[in-house]
Design a protein around this ligand. Structure first.
Ligand code: SF4
Ligand code: FES
Length: 374
């Protein structure tokens, strides 16, 4: 019997449709699974539209279209049009590659509400290095298009050891491109980012300097909204990941696998249903979605912790990656007996310890990692 202290909303309010794992960029911090090359099948247009209809019937209101790069889907406009017709608020999450003037015009006609554009850095050199592409100038042109078509200018920059010292310049670049909202997203260590963690984890000093730079910029530029929170590995309490497993967020992978978060498909012992085989309503109450709902699954120290309703024990995927068991307390928490796994990783990275090469996301590297696992 569940003793859930946090009420479980009965709806997946937020649907994230990962339309494809294909991507023209090769970012070292990508959160897609490192084994994505084995999942090449993609839902058809009709299947995506069916997912959208079913989720609306469940009460979903927010739709994120992401990937990979969603613009690689030729049917993106059709999917956007159907989503708008159904009453979603639709957000396109893109690198900008493929967002030409004819395309943005079609998307606007289809009713797209919001575009979130990513940059890797404020300098061409680092932007292009981190994505292993020449895309910096293209992104700047896309930013102008986004403004020209009167979309709010929402920029996303993933921060890590290699670019975090540029935070001030990044904010000034965002300002010069007319950004209304900037998300300085500290790297979450999953997927390719976990693989490259030794290279990407910033030191405590870097994080403190970045906080200071953000505070100074904010003080002088109150019109631009800046989102910046202390990265997990530098915190002492975990975040309430995806607002709690199976409470609010529903992720559909390109091949139709339904997940309570972006990363869960790597968790062993859970069978995630596929929208090709089950209706969303059944999926939402399937055993995999029930597994970490509420708090009855918790072990100590979470089980008897007075803070458990706040963070629900943190992130299940982080707990698995760092301790080997998704039911453990997220070791970001300093009450976790395994908290040293986090602090040691930060210390190691600060000392410059590197035993693995920096690995760019690519089909070839994905297949190599898959072969090494077998
Ligand atoms: Fe949260 Fe668990 Fe830490 Fe308590 S022990 S603060 S519930 S992660
Ligand atoms: Fe899976 Fe946090 S990313 S629960």
């Amino acid at each position: 019997m569940s003793t859930a202290s946090a009420p479980v909303p009965s709806l997946p309010l937020w649907l994230n449709a990962e339309l494809t794992y294909r991507c023209p960029l090769h970012c070292v911090f990508c959160y897609n699974p490192t084994g994505y090359a084995q999942h090449t099948e993609e839902l058809t247009t009709e299947e995506w539209c069916s997912v959208l209809r079913q989720a609306r019937e469940l009460g979903t209101v927010q739709l994120g279209l992401s990937g990979g790069e969603p613009l690689l889907r030729d049917d993106l406009e059709e999917i956007v049009g159907e989503a708008v017709r159904l009453g979603y608020y639709v957000n396109l999450i893109t690198s900008g590659v493929g967002l030409t003037q004819p395309r943005i015009e079609l998307l606007e006609t289809a009713g797209l509400h919001h575009i979130q554009l990513s940059f890797q850095d404020s300098t061409r050199e680092l932007n292009d290095f981190l994505s292993s592409t020449r895309t910096f100038e293209l992104k700047r042109r896309v930013a102008q298009l986004v403004k020209q078509y009167d979309y709010p200018m929402v920029m996303n920059i993933v921060l890590h050891r290699i670019n975090i010292d540029h935070v001030g310049e990044i904010l000034r670049m965002a300002q010069s491109l007319g950004a209304d909202h900037v998300e300085l997203a500290n790297t979450q260590y999953y997927g390719w980012a976990f693989q490259n963690r030794q290279h990407l984890l910033p030191s405590r000093e870097q994080v403190a300097r970045a906080e200071q730079a953000v505070a100074e910029f904010r003080a002088q530029n109150s019109h631009m909204k800046i989102y910046f929170v202390v990265p997990d590995y530098h915190a002492t309490r975990p975040k309430r990941c995806v607002n709690g497993w199976g409470t609010t967020f529903l992720n559909i992978a390109p091949d139709g696998v339904a997940l309570p978060c972006h990363e869960a498909r790597m968790l062993p012992g859970l069978e995630f249903p596929n929208v090709r085989e089950q209706a969303l309503r059944a999926i939402w109450s399937s055993p995999a979605f029930e597994r970490y709902r509420g708090d009855s699954w918790m072990r100590e120290p979470c089980r008897s912790c007075p803070e458990k309703a706040k963070d629900l024990g943190g992130c299940r995927c982080q707990a698995y990656l760092l301790t080997g068991d998704a039911a453990n307390t997220d070791p970001v928490c300093d009450l976790s007996p395994e908290h040293a796994r986090v602090t040691d990783a930060v210390e190691d990275a600060s000392r410059g310890h590197r035993s693995l090469p920096l690995l760019f996301r690519s089909d070839e590297n994905s297949r190599r990692l898959l072969a090494a696992r077998d």
